[in-house]
Design a protein around this ligand. Sequence first.
Ligand code: MG
Length: 368
Amino acid sequence: MRNIVILGSTGSIGQQALEVIARYPDEYRVVGLSAHNQADLLGAQAKALPVAPRTTLTSRDGLDGLLEMCRLDEADTVINALVGSIGLRPTLETLRGGKQLLLANKESLVAGGELVLAAAGEHEIIPIDSEHSALFQCLHGEDPADVAKLIITASGGPFRGRSGGELSGITLEEALAHPRWTMGPKITIDSATMMNKGLEVIEAHFLFGVPYDQIDVVVHPQSIVHSLVEYVDGSLIGHLGPTDMRIPIQYALSYPRRRMAPAGTINLVELGELNFQAPDNEAFPCLSYAYRAGRAGGTAPAVLNAANEVAVAAFRSGACGFTDISDCVEEVLGSHTILPVDSVEVLEEAERWARERAASWLAAWGNG
Ligand code: MG
């Protein structure tokens, strides 16, 4: 029996994790749930469990509550499905406590990759992000020295094929209409700007220890190939599957074993063809900003991520336009003095600076 804490249980990943867990009541038990602000849904989730979790909490309980949940004695596994860099400290706490971390919160690695790796030590971090789950599976049993390249696929989002000039008038509703994946609003907008893919490049760099020059992004509109590894002998090993997050969630739980399909299967003949194309870095510059931040290292990825969080929130509230998201990120990243990351405090100070800088840049945009 695995005893599981889910951080962010009312979000898209959290809800799907509960669905997967409910199929195996003899294998998995939920011992803690946390939600940001959907207290009613959290209550309903707790009630629906066969054994009531000892702990549930909402954001009223603050970060300390989350950290306490990561330390629960009866828990051996933590699913971190929080949204944003608020997920970093719970990730560190889980790893330091020697618990198994199933990570959907990519911002933990983006913002604090070096700290997370140090806290993980020899412990394996099991990714839930679909591309990273795919890479994790393609790398399984192979010698890391034989890896030539990681190839991360991107659907291209709802605006694939549009030029930069066609993007400025985009509405929130259009940005939230992702063609392939059902996800929370933040990540859906990140997919539309391609920032999600940029964050995933940084996530992959830390998770798999591969240099940025050996991580490529390929646009693949069908979202059937979830990522690939190219090996030194020219072999490409890819992971294909239905576009359904319950599959990587279930794999993270059952690893290294597999369980019956939680979603459908793929009929290759019906599918007919798979297409691949280069990303359009001119219309969607966020991907190149993420590479820039990743290569610069230190506090740069955390600053990129924090500026993006502020800009996406502003876009969601109608305070700025779609293309202002990438402009804001570029401006904040460009004016940041990068520091080495030797503590969470250094990171959090850099993030605080980035949030302020992004907010004032966006306010100036709003006034003029
Ligand atoms: Mg992903």
